[in-house]
Design a protein around this ligand. Structure first.
Ligand SMILES: C[S@@+](CC[C@H](N)C(=O)[O-])C[C@H]1O[C@@H](n2cnc3c(N)ncnc32)[C@H](O)[C@@H]1O
Length: 189
């Protein structure tokens, strides 16, 4: 998608939350936390027009799978143009991740990578997405979040017992979180 189309799409949908796609230099830095040598199942929240999607497909093994969950219909059309049998595009909300996985015959995944704007969501929506993400991840699985805001940190700490944060430079900067559980947390126990 051209820069202008991305920008026009942003004007009509506040959930896009950014004027332009993430530059590839930043995509590579964010994906540093992924072990691409293994077959894996990755879920992507908010792929937009596919900046991370293309990088992931280019880098992951032939037996890996990528489930891209995107609410915006125009972005969905762009993503569907990517001709790769490893990719499944769901025009849906990240809140429905567990249902989407079930519908695709999947239960647990290796990584979730998220660019959705948590800072624009209410507390309940953030909690629900982070909790369901922690349930979707296999043992040792990891959630990667890139954001302009660090507001998601406290929610990550609630459902994951390991959370790291770093800052990556790029238009003007991104917070990058990696979250994983080294033991099972029973919520509400
Ligand atoms: C900041 S943009 C990131 C786009 C792309 N990943 C990139 O880095 O260039 C956020 C994306 O998340 C999508 N989005 C926002 N809320 C969402 C939700 N609840 N579920 C799925 N996608 C969502 C938006 O439509 C938009 O494509």
């Amino acid at each position: 998608m051209s820069r202008l189309s991305f920008f026009l799409n942003y004007l009509s949908d506040p959930r896009i939350a950014t004027l332009a796609a993430t530059p590839q230099t930043v995509v590579k830095k964010v994906c540093r936390g992924i072990d691409f040598s293994k077959d894996m199942i990755v879920v992507e929240y908010g792929p937009g027009d596919g900046a991370y999607t293309r990088y992931l497909l280019n880098t992951m093994t032939r037996k890996s799978r990528l489930i891209a969950i995107e609410t915006n219909k125009r972005f969905k059309v762009q993503l569907k143009k990517i001709d790769d049998r490893r990719l499944t595009v769901a025009n849906d909300d990240a809140r429905n991740v567990l249902r989407i996985l079930r519908q695709n015959g999947l239960e647990r995944v290796s990584y979730v990578i998220s660019g959705i704007p948590f800072s624009l969501m209410n507390r309940q929506a953030i909690q629900s997405i982070i909790l369901d993400t922690s349930e979707a991840l296999e043992s040792g699985g990891k959630l990667l979040v890139y954001q302009f805001s660090s507001c998601v940190k406290k929610y990550l700490k609630r459902y994951f017992n390991n959370v790291s944060m770093r800052l990556e430079l790029g238009l003007p900067y991104y917070y990058v979180f990696e979250a994983w559980n080294s033991y099972y947390i029973r919520v509400g126990a």
